[in-house]
Design a protein around this ligand. Structure first.
Ligand code: GDP
Ligand code: IMO
Ligand code: MG
Length: 424
């Protein structure tokens, strides 16, 4: 199968976890390269549900090996909890999970600062997952972050933590008027995390080089989606990492040329969790119907997801940015009961029609969707495993999408379970 990148092309939660798990059957390595515990990737195997936040979804396949690359931000106690949960389910993690020594850490003060700065923003809050993502990536860029290997070097950890904690405590206490952190307590906790994580830590850049040179098939598991990209998404209503394809190279330390297929994952409609403009959002009953049928509640925070029609303008933007070679459409079954289905084919921005997504948020906020309407299918696609078993209307809907994007749809997901999948 070569090396395949699996990337969200909307605002996250497209069903990447399910598709990575499905494709992992043919891979040897499944790797994460950006994002952190803000991700919630759901995998359902024979009715049993797993939600993964940091560990690549390939871990559920015995024998497949998983890497958490340098571009990921790692919350050590959360990672340890995830490892323990899997072990409790009888899933072996030792010798199958490799953690980059240079991945940056999400520390408890990052989570606190995430919450405090959201509160400060009031009505203009981003609606983050409160997992400390923004503050941790900020420290990385400011060169004040702690990395995984600092946990394994007590002297250096002491120095770096002392230095950074001084500033964090000043902000937390003096600016926000909240309680700060005790150096000793945090230092002892961090040493314990280091000891527990030590067996997984290695130089993943060297490991990836070996994997690629020996031509082991690799799946690159993206987190979030293209429209949440820090550079190309709906800034400031985005996450704090690049969610588009370039992150694979920097987040793992591999040169270009080793990604053979770039698969974009999109729902058959659109969802978004958190703040920010969403031109095709359905606020009334129709939106609620999609939320109910799709079970659209966040895998990480449980928040109800905002729901709306598919947006081809945004998808085209994501397709270009990522150089998609193919598409997967998930949750087709959610549209089963609808009489009519709409796709946004252009934006009307103050009377001007455009098929390009504006970069400026004020302009994007004014975009009114121009729709093409499709008739729904009478019957159900739930659980279908063959393209030919899809009703004609469902096939027309999908064919319209691939024609408009000039990208073939290779996989259609017709239910949350691993088996409920069509390969074309
Ligand atoms: P991810 O973050 O991209 O991995 O997606 P999430 O796991 O956050 O959200 C996707 C949700 O949709 C999960 O609850 C999945 O179990 C579910 N799901 C995935 N594919 C399908 C599908 O084809 N049909 C239905 N009904 N649910 C799906
Ligand atoms: P997966 O990998 C959906 C959203 C948050 C918020 C914004 C910033 O499961 O698709 P952050 O905590 O990253 O600072 O929040 O990004 N967000 C996601 N939305 N799926 C995700 O991940 C997300 N990760 C972050 O809701 O709007
Ligand atoms: Mg998710």
């Amino acid at each position: 199968m070569g090396n395949v990148a699996v990337l969200g092309v909307q605002w996250g939660d497209e069903g990447k976890g399910k598709i990575v798990d499905f494709l992992a059957q043919d891979a040897q390595w499944v790797v994460r390269y950006q994002g952190g515990t803000n991700a919630g990737h759901t995998v359902i195997v024979k009715g049993k549900k797993y939600i993964l936040h940091l560990i690549p979804s390939g871990i559920l396949h015995p024998g497949k090996r998983c890497i958490i690359g340098n571009g990921v931000v790692v919350d050590p106690p959360e990672l340890l909890r995830e490892i323990e949960e899997l072990q409790r389910e009888g899933i072996e993690v030792d010798d199958r999970l490799f953690l980059s020594e240079t991945a940056h850490l999400i520390m408890p003060y990052h989570k606190k600062l995430d919450a405090l700065s959201e509160k400060l923003k009031g009505k203009r809050q981003i609606g983050t997952t409160l997992r400390g993502i923004g503050p941790a990536y900020s420290d990385k860029m400011a060169r004040t972050g702690l990395r995984v290997h600092d946990l394994l070097r007590p002297e250096r950890l002491k120095e770096r933590l002392e230095e950074t904690l001084k500033v964090k405590n000043l902000i937390i206490k003096e600016f926000f008027g909240e309680e700060g952190y005790s150096f000793q307590e945090l230092y002892q906790d961090a040493l314990a995390w280091g000891e527990a994580l030590q067996p997984y830590v290695c130089n993943t850049v060297h490991l990836m080089k070996k994997v690629i040179q020996q031509k082991d098939p690799v799946l690159f598991e993206g987190a979030q989606g293209a429209l949440l990209d820090i550079d190309h998404g709906t800034y400031p209503f985005v996450t704090s990492s690049n969610t588009t394809v370039g992150s694979i190279f920097t987040g793992l330390g591999i040169p270009p040329g080793h990604i053979h297929r770039v698969m974009g994952i999109s729902k058959a409609y659109t969802t978004r969790v958190g703040g920010g403009p969403f031109p095709t959002e359905l606020k009334g009953e129709e939106g609620q119907c999609l939320r109910d049928r799709g079970g659209e509640y966040g895998a990480t925070t449980g928040r109800p997801r905002r729901c709306g029609w598919l947006d081809l303008v945004a998808l085209k933007h994501a397709a270009w940015l990522n150089g998609l070679t193919e598409l997967t459409i998930t949750k087709l079954d959610v549209l089963d009961t609808l009489k009519e289905i709409k796709i946004c084919v252009a934006y009307d921005i103050e009377g001007e029609l455009t098929e390009e997504m504006p970069a400026d948020l004020d302009t994007f906020s004014k975009a009114k969707p121009v729709y093409k309407t499709f008739s729904g299918w009478e019957g159900t696609v739930k659980g279908a495993t063959q393209w030919k078993d899809l009703p004609l209307q469902a096939r027309s809907y999908l064919e319209y999408i691939e024609d408009a994007l000039h990208i073939p749809i290779r996989i259609v997901s017709t239910g949350p379970d691993r088996e409920e999948t069509i390969i074309r």
